[in-house]
Design a protein around this ligand. Structure first.
Ligand SMILES: Nc1ncnc2c1ncn2[C@@H]1O[C@H](COP(=O)(O)OP(=O)(O)OP(=O)(O)O)[C@@H](O)[C@H]1O
Ligand SMILES: [Mg+2]
Length: 804
């Protein structure tokens, strides 16, 4: 500025240059990316091909530190799938790719390589996963490799209090790991977050077909693809487990495809009859039979023949035949999984795994925690939703340990999906999910469970065993599952829920010409496939769409101006939420009815129990008799009568109403800090039907938490000034996550997460804030905490005091 002024003066002019705006941080030069002109000048570098040796990747300008870290991790080098992604599909040159390959074939690392390339290029990379547990697992891994050693900024968002959502929408990260729903939600509320993305890796993308969760995957991809219109086109890498056919998914994504059926460890699949004869398919496709269990060992133990009669001698035979054997028995519900681990512990006479039990969290124990200890005593374990997060981690590690003592794990099918607990043999005792629908497993679901068998670097071949009761059943199961081909990929779009899709698509667009609303639908994967199969599809739904738009205008969800349709504020809040159209409308009418009563965060937590999404949360109940009728009254001891009555809205029947009141009461106990075993006891009406376990409590809390935030957004628009303040809502979300009263949440700032029981006993000792805790003597702390924990805290204590 000084020189400009001086030069201008010399020429006889007065100039006053001014610097506008701010520059944050230091000056960085953009890294120069190779483009078409570069490749024209240096044709030899176009399409660099590498060998399996990881050192070759240096040719893609990846930092040496990253390559060194990978060399240590995978001394054997890239596998064939990874090599093909690099050489044939150019993922390190920014090409989008859909990878379909069996379990354990190393798909994640394809995403990781692309992420490293993107980050080196100063582009941000995002990894999306279906489950929180997976996000946490990958976050820990990525943080250890890329964060701590290489200085990349790794963050995660799953909807928990430890989230780094702020960093995400400020772009202060290099690698972000999120759940699908979290990413969809953040990118809708802050569309600019998409502008800075260089790479999006969507793992387990076959979830797009899931009736409940598929919509989030499809909407987030649609949103990403639509951003291309404004010049935002991040590389997309979609990773899928085995599916039967792509059904144009790759074309819709604009990605290349890499499909592989070869497994790193061959898999033998078959069906075992009650006579102990195993009919199986070798990895080379040939069929064979073997007497896996002596017929004489299979004896009926109870009044009726049961799976136990076969499972006990089968597991005994497997363990005896192979000293490195690891068996997972999949069961379709928590009860059978826990029961199975119990009888195996009792019958097999395995060495005790009590050393593992010592590593388990030991406060706020549930009935399940006690059962788990009994199983470990007999050398087995189980993995179900009834385990706390801390318990799950211990069990997964114990089972993964190469020389570990726990060789037998009974697990529920739903929980085990995607978690890295490989086994040598997988046993499938049932062929259907238990629940409202009693749906049999799809072939893809079966293949993915069976695919868990076979551990890289441990055993030569994996084995999957389905149990059959009769010879006919053996034949049928063999045909359906072993010989079956998985279903093709499809959209979860359901024309019966057109209104939900339209509302959520409109929430992605600012303003749409009325006649083009139908194009929004056509831009989804479902719409793309439907239009392709039937060119008249768009006009065939135009009539229904017009009706729907009229309805939305009437309900005040949308407004129209000069031929353009856009959502109102209320419409946007509904459209960005996780709630269906019907559900959002029900919430609006409940809130309107309760408007004059005054709303608090806790009351909103109760009110949303009347929404269809929460009705769908399985709530154990004693169906016979009147026993469950007590819940509305119980709830009324804590909340006012109009609120309790509001839970009757559109209830199917009295039992559904009682279920809503039961969930709300349990949640109130949970956030008041009632010990988990007491909640289990007080909420269980009958131990044989409608038993409430720790997993149920956490499931109610998680589902409520998931829908509470969007419900709150709707409430703030409807209730204006009378909506509860955001701090109250944040605090309640935290309480629901951890099961803690609001008055001890200050302890979350300690710097290490404690177990629920530890927080609660500190609270009982009147140590509710960090300040109080740091001032407490060791002998006072010993009343609430174990020696190890106190030592951990003491390591933190001086720093904090000095800091303050
Ligand atoms: N090149 C490699 N050499 C050796 N091990 C590898 C290689 N690539 C990946 N692995 C290991 O193989 C295991 C399975 O990899 P990964 O979890 O990526 O499989 P996946 O294809 O995503 O399977 P899933 O469908 O179960 O998610 C991991 O433990 C991973 O560290
Ligand atoms: Mg994977």
């Amino acid at each position: 500025m000084h020189r400009v002024r001086a030069d201008a003066l010399r020429l006889g002019h007065i100039q006053t240059p001014v610097l506008f705006g701010l520059i944050e941080g230091g000056l960085t030069l953009p890294s120069l990316a190779k483009g078409p002109r570069f490749f024209k000048a240096f044709p030899e570098s176009k399409g660099l091909r590498v060998s399996a040796n990881i050192s070759d990747l240096a040719g893609f300008n990846l930092p040496q530190v990253v390559i060194d870290a990978w060399l240590v991790q995978y001394p054997g080098g890239l596998n064939a799938l990874q090599l093909s992604a690099v050489n044939d599909h150019r993922i390190l040159d920014g090409q989008s790719l859909l990878v379909v390959a069996p379990t354990s074939s190393g798909k994640t690392f394809i995403g990781e390589m692309a992420a490293a390339a993107a980050i080196t290029d100063q582009r941000k990379a995002v990894f999306l996963f279906p489950y929180k547990a997976l996000v946490n697992e990958k976050y820990d891994q990525f943080l250890a490799i890329y964060g701590e050693r290489l200085g990349m900024r790794v963050i995660r968002c799953t909807g928990d209090y430890a989230d780094q959502a702020q960093a995400f929408f400020r772009g202060k990260y290099d690698l972000a790991v999120l759940t699908y729903e979290m990413f969809l939600n953040l990118s809708l509320n802050h569309p600019a977050t998409l502008d800075v993305l260089g790479l999006v890796v969507v793992d387990e993308v076959q979830f797009i077909a899931d009736p409940r969760r598929g919509i989030a995957v499809e909407l987030l991809l649609t949103h990403l693809l639509a951003a291309r219109e404004r010049g935002v086109a991040p590389q997309i890498i979609a990773l899928s487990a085995v599916i039967g056919g792509l059904n144009d998914f790759d074309t819709w994504l604009g990605a290349e495809k890499l499909v592989s059926t070869s497994r790193p460890i061959p898999l033998v699949e078959g069906v075992l009859s009650r006579s102990g004869l195993y009919r199986y398919l070798n990895a080379d496709g040939s069929e064979a039979r073997v007497q896996l269990v002596p017929n004489s060992a299979i004896v009926q133990r109870k009044d009726n023949p049961g799976a136990q009669d076969v499972i006990v001698p089968l597991v005994r035979a497997l363990l005896a035949a192979n000293p490195t054997e690891r068996v997972i028995i999949f069961r379709n519900a928590r009860g059978p999984a826990e029961g199975c681990a119990r009888y195996l512990a009792a019958d097999l006479g395995l060495p005790s795994a009590s050393t593992i039990a010592e590593r388990l969290p030991n406060s706020d124990l549930s009935s399940t925690s006690r059962a788990l200890r009994e199983c470990l005593d007999g050398g087995t374990a189980f993995h179900t939703a009834n385990l706390s997060r801390g318990e799950r981690v211990v069990i997964e590690q114990a089972f993964r340990d190469r020389n570990g003592i726990v060789r037998v794990l009974a697990a529920t099918t739903t929980v085990a999906a995607g978690i890295n607990t490989p086994a040598s043999t997988v046993i499938l005792a049932e062929q259907e999910f238990i629940g409202e629908e009693n749906q049999p497993f799809t072939i893809a679901e079966y293949k993915n469970m069976a695919g868990r068998a076979g551990r890289v670097g441990y055993n030569e071949t994996g084995r999957a065993i389905i149990l059959a009761d009769t010879a006919n059943e053996q034949e049928a199961l063999f045909r359906r599952y072993v010989l079956g081909k998985p279903e093709a990929l499809r959209s979860s779009f359901d024309p019966d829920h057109l209104e939900t899709w339209i509302l959520r698509l409109l929430a992605q667009a600012r303003r749409v010409p009325r006649e083009e609303v139908v194009r929004l639908l056509a831009s989804t994967y479902g719409g793309y496939v439907a239009s392709k199969g039937n060119p008249g599809w768009q006009s065939s739904i135009a009539g229904r769409l017009a009706q729907l738009l009229a309805q939305m205008l009437r309900l005040g969800l949308a407004e129209e101006e000069l031929g353009f349709v856009k959502l109102t504020l209320l419409g946007q809040a509904c459209g960005r939420s996780s709630l269906s159209f019907q559900s959002a409308m029900r919430l609006v009418s409940i809130l309107q009815a309760l408007k004059s009563q005054g709303m608090t965060a806790e009351k909103l937590m109760v009110a949303i129990q009347a929404l269809p999404e929460l009705d769908d949360v399985y709530t154990p109940l004693m169906k016979k008799g009147q026993a469950e009728n007590k819940w509305p009254q119980r709830l009324q001891q804590q909340f006012d009568e109009p609120l309790v009555r509001a839970l009757q809205a559109q209830a199917h029947d009295q039992l559904a109403y009682c279920a809503r009141c039961k969930r709300a009461t349990i949640l109130k106990w949970w956030i008041s800090g009632v010990p988990v075993d007491m909640i289990e006891k007080d909420a269980t009406t009958n131990p044989y039907q409608g038993r409430i376990s720790s997993g149920d409590i956490r499931r109610f809390a998680d589902a409520t938490r998931f829908h509470l935030r969007p419900a709150y957004d709707i409430a703030t628009i409807l209730l204006l000034g009378t909506a509860p303040p955001i701090e109250e809502m944040d605090s309640l979300l935290c309480q629901l996550e951890l099961g803690l009263p609001a008055d001890c949440l200050d302890l979350l700032r300690l710097g290490i997460p404690l177990e629920r029981g530890e927080y609660l006993s500190l609270r009982t000792a009147n140590l509710k804030t960090c300040d109080q805790l740091w001032k407490a003597t060791d002998s006072l702390l010993r009343q609430s905490l174990g020696q190890q924990r106190i030592a951990e805290l003491n390591r933190l204590r001086p720093n904090i005091l000095v800091g303050e």
